[in-house]
Design a protein around this ligand. Sequence first.
Ligand code: MF3
Ligand code: CO
Length: 250
Amino acid sequence: MSVAIKSQREIELMREAGKILFEVHEELARMIKPGITTWDIDNRGRKLIEGYGCTPSFLNYNGYPASICVSVNEEVVHGIPSRKHILKEGDIVSLDAGVIYKGYHSDAARTYGVGKISDAAQKLINVTKQCFFEGIKFAKEGSHLHEISAAIGAYAESFGYGVVRDLVGHGVGSALHEDPQVPNFKQETRGMRLKAGMTLAIEPMINAGRYNVKWLDDDWTVVTTDGSLSAHYENTVLITDGEPEILSLR
Ligand code: MF3
Ligand code: CO
């Protein structure tokens, strides 16, 4: 496994890609309300990304047909936007987006409530976000990769949640998916030693019920097997010799 150490120039481009993606998510967050369709979110997302002179990372990636992955309720990730899918009060919706700026990707996801949601759904969203922050406590030079994984998994499991195992975070840079894989649960090995200049997409995917997932017949949409709600939170992170730099957050 070879993990790229980004140059100063590459880091600058990824900072810009991250900043733009943060703004795209901020804009998309404002449109989440009952009555809009998942297609509306994708359409606005693509226009925003292109408005920044960027390319959506996901559009046509391995044949994925949209710019924003929109996953509702028991959908974990990679939901396909549809004009027929209308968001309703009480839903939770995960938006996963990536942008390419001058050849460099950023990748980030957020989960929102639609209108008023249950306390249980809000707790799942909050804990999933906190899982990311628990994980990045170990995202620094000299730590081992799987310390991030273990911290995310332990935090989620302390609430009785299921940590998705079949999908993982990843290195990110001139490709959307680079080495290493970043699992969200405890591993048998401690994993590689992290070095300054590595860039990782750390992305807990957490189910209110069991960890098991399956793929729908569209070959993209991943759903929980038990039908429980699922949340996703992701940022593109730069490893440094001190605190990590979260490129897709302000
Ligand atoms: N954000 C997703 C990931 O980290 C990428 C979506 S894959 C796509 O793996 F095909 F839908 F683009
Ligand atoms: Co990702």
